[in-house]
Design a protein around this ligand. Structure first.
Ligand code: GLV
Ligand code: GLV
Length: 326
């Protein structure tokens, strides 16, 4: 059987694929061109891909024998899951393993924006540091403030648990209320507008869906406090970029710290890369040695499980498996 893998992954997990299958590996450190993918996928039974590989209808239909698309990510908005399902192709992802690592990054961004870490490093490095000063790089307190989490999934819950250590009051908004979690981790539900009005930090951990796309636009940003900090570790398209640029320029909010952007990547000179109150990192939410290796192991295992007729640990469209056992 042939497997297409769209990038080298950290760790040894890919070796298992090489031992079992005829593997086509795209070796360059840029995205596989669509025409190469379309050609290689033709005879493939499995595809192991990245979150920035667009697996649309056309790609899926090129895969005449395709049985499984294993995404090396928690999010799967890059894949036309509906069409894969129609074609009976399993789509798998790797959620659980990256939860804590991504929650760590959400907190790192909150702290870095609030305490102006990047500007501080710049001052220290540039030699414009003239010693301790009462008003040098004043920022915002994190402790004891109100945190509003948009999307209380695994990552959102892990952010909420961290916030307890900072004595924060934690609010959340999600499509469905989660009374069990409210009790268990002590978070309070708010509708989106109330959450935006009350929060000092708004952290987006939601995935990209038709409901969340463009959820934070001009109206929403205007509802936030002028002292508030917006953090996005979900998906870039949840926030309307033009509105955010305007909000930061006109100081409707105090700062934004983003792991994900729209577009992604941002091109050199983009306003979000130039403003002091915007802090952008290049989609590194899950980027720890440990987690990226574990993600590779699970993505490989998900793929093999489907091909060998077992139910994988994480499947996005379980309905395609039919009677495969658990
Ligand atoms: C990262 O954004 C992921 O979905 O894994
Ligand atoms: C991602 O794994 C989430 O559920 O937040």
């Amino acid at each position: 059987m042939k497997i297409v893998v769209t990038r080298k992954l950290p760790g040894k997990a890919l070796n298992t694929l090489f031992e079992k299958y005829d593997v086509y590996l795209w070796e360059k450190d840029v995205s596989i061109p669509k025409e190469v993918l379309m050609k290689e996928i033709e005879a493939a039974s499995g595809l192991l891909c990245l979150l920035n590989d667009r697996i649309d209808r056309e790609v899926i239909d090129a895969g005449k024998n395709l049985k499984v698309i294993s995404n090396y990510a928690a999010g799967f908005d890059n894949i036309d899951v509906e069409h894969a399902t129609e074609r009976g192709i399993a789509v798998t992802n790797v959620p659980g393993v990256l939860t804590e690592t991504t929650a760590d990054l959400a907190f790192a961004l909150m702290l870095a924006a609030a305490r102006r870490i990047v500007e501080g490093v710049k001052v220290a490095r540039e030699g414009s540091w003239n010693g301790w000063a009462p008003e040098l790089l004043l920022g915002m307190d994190v402790c004891c403030k109100t945190l509003g989490i948009i999307g209380l999934g695994r990552i959102g819950s892990a952010v909420a648990r961290r916030a307890e250590g900072f004595s924060m009051k934690v609010l959340y908004y999600s499509r469905k209320r989660k009374p069990d979690l409210e009790r268990e981790i002590g978070v309070e539900y708010r509708d989106l507008h109330d959450l935006l009005k009350e929060s000092d930090f708004v952290v987006i951990t939601a995935s990209l869906t038709p409901e969340s796309e463009g959820m934070i636009g001009e109206n929403e940003l205007r509802m936030m406090k002028p002292s508030a900090i917006l953090v996005n570790v979900g998906r870039g398209k949840i926030v309307k970029t033009d509105a955010l640029v305007k909000a930061l320029k006109e100081k409707w909010i105090w700062a934004a710290a983003l792991d994900v952007t729209d577009p992604e990547p941002l091109s050199k000179g983009h306003p979000l890369l130039e403003m002091e109150n915007a802090l952008v990192v290049p989609h590194i939410g899950s980027a720890s040695f440990q987690t990226r290796e574990k993600m590779a192991e699970i993505a490989v295992k998900n793929l093999i499980d489907v091909l060998e007729g077992r139910k994988p640990q994480y499947i996005v469209n379980p309905e395609v498996l039919g009677d495969i056992g658990g």
